[in-house]
Design a protein around this ligand. Structure first.
Ligand SMILES: CCCCCCCC(=O)SCCNC(=O)CCNC(=O)[C@H](O)C(C)(C)COP(=O)(O)OP(=O)(O)OC[C@H]1O[C@@H](n2cnc3c(N)ncnc32)[C@H](O)[C@@H]1OP(=O)(O)O
Length: 180
């Protein structure tokens, strides 16, 4: 983490604390409601540059016997930290993401992921997040079961222009911050 982090302003377009965030794109595997294979994560805005996301760990997300696949949890962290970046009011993409898997997460759990922006340096947005099981066989809202850090880069519309011929569906942008 660099020591010259700036503390960005929360964008006026970002929902009020406790407000539901709209999906950033209906075909998104993480949050879209028009993606049959997707995880349909939902998010609520925090007080600052942060969000709390919810994921129901369905049977189809099994990796090892009885537990969530590590890639699914990684995707959930990507989505949650990306949604926290929506508080900037600027489109971002993931540049780097890392996850520490601290405890097994059984199928049937409901995960809450709290994600935040820690600061920015030029176009670089540094984020972090942690996951807790709030419902299910091993629920303990005080225990952190996994943590993540990520680096997002702010991008302009030209980033998505390069791949526009491969888009499946009609792009929508509820915050007017993202081409997808
Ligand atoms: C929005 C809501 C939720 C979304 C959740 C899901 C998000 C996603 O999954 S996005 C899809 C996955 N990500 C992608 O497809 C991105 C693919 N990568 C790229 O397009 C490019 O590498 C991109 C845009 C990240 C960076 O490229 P570019 O814009 O040319 O940046 P570049 O000029 O090289 O670097 C800018 C700065 O970032 C740094 N940087 C870039 N990539 C990295 C990296 N992987 N690790 C560390 N630093 C990096 C550079 O060192 C540079 O730092 P500095 O300002 O100190 O010199």
């Amino acid at each position: 983490m660099p020591d010259d982090l700036a503390a960005p302003e929360r964008a006026p377009s970002f929902p009020a604390p406790g407000g539901q965030l709209p999906q950033h794109w209906s075909k998104c595997f993480g949050c879209g409601d028009d993606q049959p294979a997707g995880m349909t994560m939902t998010f609520v805005a925090g007080e600052g540059l942060d969000v709390t996301g919810r994921l129901e760990v369905a049977k189809k997300y099994q990796g090892g016997p009885g537990v969530i696949h590590g890639g699914i949890l990684t995707t959930a962290f990507d989505e949650a930290q990306g949604m926290a970046c929506m508080s900037l009011g600027t489109a971002v993409v993931t540049g780097h993401l890392e996850v520490d898997f601290a405890r097994p997460i059984p199928l049937g759990s409901v995960l809450e992921i709290h994600a935040r922006i820690d600061g920015t340096v030029r176009r670089k947005v540094y984020t972090s997040a942690e996951a807790r099981i709030v419902s299910g066989p091993t629920a303990d809202p005080d225990a952190v079961v996994a943590t993540s850090r990520a680096l997002f880069l702010t991008v302009g519309a030209e980033h998505f222009e390069k791949v526009k011929n491969f888009v499946d569906g009609t792009p929508s942008s509820p915050f007017e911050t993202s081409s997808v």
